[in-house]
Design a protein. Structure first.
Ligand code: PLP
Length: 397
């Protein structure tokens, strides 16, 4: 009996010391600011839901990552197919052809362009080039999660600006915070994800003009192609005026290349040169360079994407209103829906998963009352909305 107790105690001590070693080693391996990072929570993949719920992949719809529901453009598929034979060669480290096309489209010199492995990469390049421990980044509460991740990964401090009551960027507060303690890097998402909130171009212009010149402004326009004509503004023209402005865009959303990864930054050559110093030489692969060049010239795909999104956003707005579910008016390809009366975001996320519909919980943003739903194809949206209607009905019986 005593022997057993002793051997159990020895075993416990062994496990305890292993555990302590592990704790010590992880703190040894990495600085505290890295250990403090809460990893990015991606949209749940279709294959994972199929495994977990015993569903057929074909019966699952994913409205969780703001992907283009039309799928990759035919023009882009053809371009990749043609490029496959070059797969054994390194890509063009400078992306000459694509930059030439972008330079032409945006009317800026090629040395104002930075290509990235998704625009996420460009955001990280900015964090690496302009931040370090002791420096600070500023962004809005409920702004895109990558701003916090990228800043934390390089040890910078974060200044988080409280959002407006409609969950958007509060530029007035941001301006006064900048005045009292200027940040080194300021992130603005327009439209913002996950809220879909939008800042008018003239308001944004006046704000950027008043930002201290030593603060680099990253204007993240991942959804700019979805803006309605009357919302349009020309931020690339502002880049010509402001040496501290970096406009960031992506091929992941309206251009339908999320899986291939390409984003780009537009800034004057001074900033661009700094970004280029911390960039991996082959961060944009040859398949995506070819695909992006093709889809950039495929005006009909882009137009179809924007039109479908606009129509279907209208469908959501109407249906959500008649279900009595609140939502934040969105300028993106997704909508943030208040599901508090259905038990909150996590509950609705799970209830929809069981029906084979993947949406995005946003509790990691502190938005526990909401789910974010990406605008899909008409039949996907119908299915999602009728599942929400069923949840509303269940609630009211
Ligand atoms: C989706 C998204 C991005 C990044 O997308 P990439 O696929 O890395 O280009 C950047 N910013 C915002 C606000 C986004 O929603």
């Amino acid at each position: 009996m005593a022997g057993k107790v002793i051997s159990q105690f020895v075993c416990f001590l062994g496990l305890l010391s292993l555990y302590l070693t592990f704790i010590n080693m992880t703190s040894y391996f990495s600085p505290e600011y890295v250990r403090d990072i809460a990893p990015y929570q991606a949209g749940k993949p279709i294959a994972e839901v199929a495994r977990e719920f015993g569903l057929n992949e074909r019966d699952i719809i994913k409205l969780a990552s703001n992907e283009n529901p039309l799928g990759m453009a035919q023009s882009a598929r053809q371009a990749v197919a043609n490029m496959l034979q070059e797969g054994a060669r390194y890509p063009d480290a400078n992306g000459f052809e694509l930059k030439a096309a972008l330079s032409n489209m945006l009317d800026v010199p090629q040395n104002w362009l930075t290509l990235g492995n998704g625009s996420n990469d460009v955001l990280e390049l900015a964090a690496h080039a302009f931040l370090q421990p002791g420096r600070s980044a500023m962004y809005s509460q409920y702004a895109f999660a990558v701003y916090a991740l990228a800043s934390q990964a390089v040890g910078a401090k974060a200044q988080v600006v409280p959002a407006t009551t409609s969950l958007g960027h509060d530029l007035a507060t941001m301006q006064s915070m900048l005045a009292s303690s200027p940040a080194d890097l300021l992130f603005i998402a327009n439209p913002n994800n996950p809220t879909g909130t939008f800042i008018d171009g003239d308001v944004l212009y006046r704000f950027i003009a008043a930002v201290p010149k030593q603060t680099v402004v990253v204007l993240d326009e991942a959804y700019t192609e979805y803006l309605r004509a009357e919302q349009g503004y020309n931020s690339v023209a502002w880049v010509k005026e402001f040496a501290n402005l970096l406009v960031v865009r992506t091929f992941s959303k309206a251009y339908g290349l999320a899986g291939l990864r390409l984003g780009y930054g537009v800034a004057q050559s001074g900033l661009t040169d700094l970004l280029n110093r911390v960039r991996q030489p082959f961060n944009a692969n040859s398949m995506v360079l070819a695909a992006a060049l093709a889809v950039l010239q495929d005006k009909s795909y882009l137009q179809q994407s924007a039109t479908l999104n606009r129509e279907q956003m209208g469908v959501y707005e109407q249906a959500l209103s008649s279900l009595g579910l609140g939502f934040i008016p969105s300028s993106g390809n997704f909508v943030l829906v208040n599901v508090k009366k259905l038990g909150g975001g996590k509950a609705v996320f799970t209830a929809l998963l069981q029906r084979g519909i993947i949406v995005r919980p946003v509790d990691n943003y502190g938005l526990t009352d909401y789910v974010r739903i990406s605008i899909g194809l008409p039949e996907e949206n119908r299915r999602c909305l009728s599942a929400l209607a069923a949840l509303v009905n269940e609630q009211s019986v």
